[in-house]
Design a protein around this ligand. Structure first.
Ligand SMILES: Nc1ncnc2c1ncn2[C@@H]1O[C@H](COP(=O)(O)OP(=O)(O)OP(=O)(O)O)[C@@H](O)[C@H]1O
Ligand SMILES: [Mg+2]
Length: 325
């Protein structure tokens, strides 16, 4: 509970302080919800986050992807001032994540990957306690969320299943309507119906202008929700962009069916064969597709399909391209 206690203390300081100067408030209202510059975090010999420069704009839903151990949770801990960066800077709404954590937390709600709750409190007591610490909770929305997520708030947290504990943490965060939601694998343990409820909540948050930073292993979730995606690997941001941008840079799958046997085609840059039958040729194309289409058009085609990669394919291709995990 040590980490959650520090978070709670910071949270209490943030909510009770309320002594932002007018100029500081003006500055923070213009600053991006999340900004890091050349952020490094070393744990002994492990370099968990390396040279990380991120910027998340107001109202954006940002998906943070990476394999196990890539540094996603570490990034989030640095953003929340739960761990101290080895070097570099992290800012939330312009406030330094470590030195000014209390003021940064006024506008943030957080769901941890493994939420540390109080086992002997019921869901209802947990909500009441967190609301008394933080204030500014939308009670009507909380009631609605409890119904939507079908949570029994009379049970003690220790008696709840993993998915139901996750719901407590999610509802507690969402009902704050905080300007920035930082969610570390928020749907791990939720069943598919609850996943749908979660997606609705993120859409609602976005519609209200809230910013969402979401780490996830569920690529369909990220694909459905996120405006922009960052892919982290061994602590480094190896790719970032909108899904359209990532797709543009990734391979397309092309399948051409010819009237006769598959003709001999010249070697083209970025084009590789992935399958062949009597009349059908399957190809993977990275980069510009026009030269291949021009070449195929020289032959009698009876069918042609071209498919953009799914986020899953982009993600997996990254690992191939960078060899190993
Ligand atoms: N408190 C710590 N002490 C030592 N090493 C740590 C600590 N926290 C994280 N690490 C190491 O930092 C690296 C990044 O871990 P992190 O938890 O950030 O990964 P992650 O991307 O969140 O992974 P997952 O998808 O499994 O949640 C790992 O090598 C991990 O072992
Ligand atoms: Mg993690």
């Amino acid at each position: 509970m040590e980490r959650s206690q520090r978070a709670l203390i910071l949270w209490r300081m943030a909510t009770s302080a309320g002594q932002h100067s007018a100029s500081a408030q003006r500055e923070s209202s213009a600053a991006p919800p999340i900004q890091t510059e050349a952020l490094f975090k070393r744990y002994g010999a492990t370099l968990a986050v390396e040279q990380l420069s991120l910027s998340v704009a107001r109202g954006e839903v940002y998906g943070y992807l990476g394999p196990n151990g890539a540094g996603k949770t570490t990034t989030i801990r640095l953003l929340l001032g739960l761990h101290r960066a080895s070097s570099g800077a992290a800012r939330l709404f312009g406030a330094d994540a470590w030195r000014e954590a209390a003021s940064a937390h006024r506008r943030v709600a957080y769901v941890a990957g493994e939420p540390a709750l109080w086992p002997s409190l019921t869901g209802e007591e947990t909500f009441r306690f967190l609301a008394s610490v933080r204030g500014g909770v939308d009670l009507a929305y909380r009631k609605q969320l409890i119904e939507r997520f079908e949570l029994d708030t009379n049970k003690r947290v220790r008696a709840l299943s993993k998915g139901n504990r996750q719901k407590v943490a999610l509802i507690a965060a969402l009902c704050t309507r905080a300007d920035l939601l930082i969610l570390d694998e928020p749907t791990s343990g939720l069943d598919p119906l609850m996943e749908v409820a979660f997606r609705e909540c993120v859409h609602e948050a976005k519609a209200l202008g809230q910013t969402v930073f979401l780490s996830s292993h569920i690529l369909g979730e990220v694909e459905a929700l996120c405006d922009r995606v960052g892919i982290l690997r061994r602590g480094r941001l190896v790719d970032e962009g909108t899904l359209a941008e990532l797709r543009h840079l990734s391979s397309h799958t092309v399948q051409a069916t010819f009237a006769g046997p598959v003709p001999l085609l010249p070697c083209l840059d970025g084009v590789s064969e992935t399958g062949r039958e009597e009349h059908t040729l399957s190809l993977r194309v990275s980069g510009e597709i026009a030269p291949l289409l021009a070449e195929l058009a020289r032959h009698e085609l009876v069918g042609l399909s071209c498919r953009e990669p799914s986020l899953e394919e982009i993600f997996l291709e990254h690992y191939d391209r960078h060899s190993g995990r």
